[in-house]
Design a protein around this ligand. Structure first.
Ligand SMILES: CSC[C@H]1O[C@H](OP(=O)(O)O)[C@H](O)[C@@H]1O
Ligand SMILES: Nc1ncnc2[nH]cnc12
Length: 257
């Protein structure tokens, strides 16, 4: 059986009832909080709130290396990330779910890798997300009648500020959704040869639409979406819990310089 890790984003800080929690020190410092371990729908999972239990860690200060290292250290092979995102496309409406399959990285000052030398690795990011989990989430969402987009490009910005109108119009040309936390979380999970997939909740129309987004709008929409996201996750977990049939575990092959 493969142990599954869930990283909760804005609005998702508690997922497990009857959990035990473990505190893990890593070579990169402390993760965002204790890792909670418990069962959802019969499946063992480890949960960590990305921004801390009380949302005290902004996106550019999340210790992504510690979070991924800690999950890997307890045997997690698959990571499911939950994210709040802005929409850059009319048809991706607030309340919809997007399972992205690509990203563009506009971050500027983050620790992007576990390989800072002397070992040098250049992993392939042509297909950065786990195709198997992406398919399961998309099919499950359709079955449940949830408005879900099974692909999309996530523009990752540095934050913590939101975009200007000009930036938003530029991002719109190349991407479908926007957020602040996918990178370097996905780089690091991929470097650990983990499977990584995102369930993104659209919370707003960013700032290209008439009314520019604010944090209150994001948090309110996430509150409304929480039940939907949790149900999608809960119902999908047993389908994810088998042997890995994708190529994510082979990311380090041919990657060493
Ligand atoms: C609370 S507004 C902006 C904040 O929400 C998203 O967080 P997450 O991806 O962890 O759900 C976004 O990326 C920003 O960090
Ligand atoms: N419009 C937006 N821009 C950046 N991050 C977000 N997270 C949620 N909505 C966002």
């Amino acid at each position: 059986m493969t142990f599954i890790g869930i990283i909760g984003g804005s609005g998702l800080y508690n997922l497990l009832s009857n959990q035990k929690s473990v505190e893990i020190e890593t070579p990169f410092g402390k993760p965002s909080g204790k890792i909670e371990i418990g069962k959802i729908n019969g499946v063992e999972v480890a949960f960590i709130p990305r921004h801390g239990k009380n949302h005290t860690i902004p996106p550019h200060r999340v210790n992504y290396r510690a979070n991924i290292w800690a999950l890997n250290s307890i045997g997690v092979k698959r990571v499911i990330a939950i994210n709040a995102v802005g929409s850059l496309k009319e048809e991706m409406k607030p309340g919809d779910i997007v399972i992205p399959d690509q990203f563009i990285d506009y971050t500027r000052r983050r620790e992007l890798t576990f390989y800072d030398g002397p070992e040098v690795y250049h992993i392939s990011m042509a297909d950065p997300f786990c195709p198997h989990m992406t398919k399961i989430f998309t099919e499950q969402a359709r079955k449940e009648g949830i408005a879900c987009h099974g692909s999309g490009t996530y523009a990752v910005v540095e934050g913590p500020r939101f975009s200007t109108r000009s930036e938003s119009k530029m991002f719109r040309q190349f991407s479908d959704i926007i957020g602040m936390t996918l990178v370097p979380e996905i780089n690091l999970a991929d470097e650990m040869s983990m499977c990584y997939s995102v369930i993104a909740s659209v919370t707003d129309y960013d700032v290209w639409a008439d009314k520019p987004v604010d944090a209150f709008e994001v948090m309110e929409t996430m509150k409304h979406n929480e039940v939907k996201v949790t149900k999608l996750l809960t119902d999908s977990l047993p389908k994810i819990n088998g042997e890995r049939i994708c190529n994510c575990s082979r990311r380090l092959e041919n990657a060493k310089a």
